[in-house]
Design a protein around this ligand. Structure first.
Ligand SMILES: CC(C)(COP(=O)(O)OP(=O)(O)OC[C@H]1O[C@@H](n2cnc3c(N)ncnc32)[C@H](O)[C@@H]1OP(=O)(O)O)[C@@H](O)C(=O)NCCC(=O)NCCS
Length: 198
């Protein structure tokens, strides 16, 4: 991701996170400007043949103790501007991945994840970690009383989630479910904590 892609990334966010996802959680240009300034290696875009942004992935480097604390997103990253960036941190922490709805299911997300895993290997980091939405939980909350039960069912292939299922297919491992991770009605405000190690 370079400065020339930021307008495309901002537009992509709107296509990827429609209501009820809170609009105030979408990247604004000034957030992305800071990400590419402090940690350019951690920010990726996918482009179509015409050079338009059809996918993006933002990540921050965080220290081991903060990874192990499993805190809500704001404390983990230091907010939208990645104030918690640590250039010596052991963990590449994924803040967002977005693929345009018209380009999904063609391996774009997988390519973005491969780029992240390559970065972990090249930089000699301990892991890639993230906390993943489970937007299909709300629609199935009559069957699954708790987001953790739903996440387990997705892991075991008894249920599908449009976000968690792809991330598990990339080889990420479910560690636990974090409650009150962020305001996210569809996911029951919870997130699935995931890890990949080289
Ligand atoms: C999650 C997301 C990034 C996946 O991107 P994508 O490019 O469509 O995914 P891929 O084409 O790489 O698919 C990867 C695997 O997941 C599976 N998959 C993709 N979408 C799926 C869905 N809706 N339900 C079940 N499985 C799905 C694919 O079949 C594929 O499996 P395979 O590797 O065994 O063939 C994309 O759907 C997205 O942008 N969602 C909205 C934004 C979002 O929620 N981001 C995550 C925030 S935590």
């Amino acid at each position: 991701m370079g400065p020339e892609h930021l307008a495309g990334v901002v537009a992509l966010q709107r296509s990827c996170f429609p209501p009820p996802f809170p609009e105030e959680f979408l990247w604004r240009r000034e957030h992305l400007e800071r990400h590419v300034l402090v940690y350019p290696e951690g920010q990726f875009v996918a482009l179509d043949e015409a050079g338009r942004v059809v996918g993006s992935a933002s990540a921050c480097r965080i220290p081991e103790d903060r990874w192990r604390a499993h805190l809500p997103w704001e404390e983990t990253l230091g907010g939208f501007f990645f104030e918690g960036f640590d250039r010596n941190g052991s963990t590449l922490y994924g803040a967002d991945i977005s693929v345009h709805p018209e380009h999904r299911g063609r391996g774009v997300g997988r390519r973005l994840y491969e780029a992240r895993f390559d970065l972990v290997r090249k930089a000699g980091l301990a892991r890639y970690g993230t906390a993943c939405r489970m937007p299909d939980f709300a629609a199935r909350s009559d069957e699954f009383a708790h987001p953790a039960e739903f996440a387990r069912a997705v892991q075991e292939g008894r249920a599908r989630d449009r976000t968690l299922t792809p991330l598990l297919r990339y080889g990420l491992r479910l560690i636990q479910v974090l409650e009150d991770y962020m305001l996210d009605e569809e996911s029951g405000n919870a997130a699935a904590l995931l890890e990949w190690t080289p």
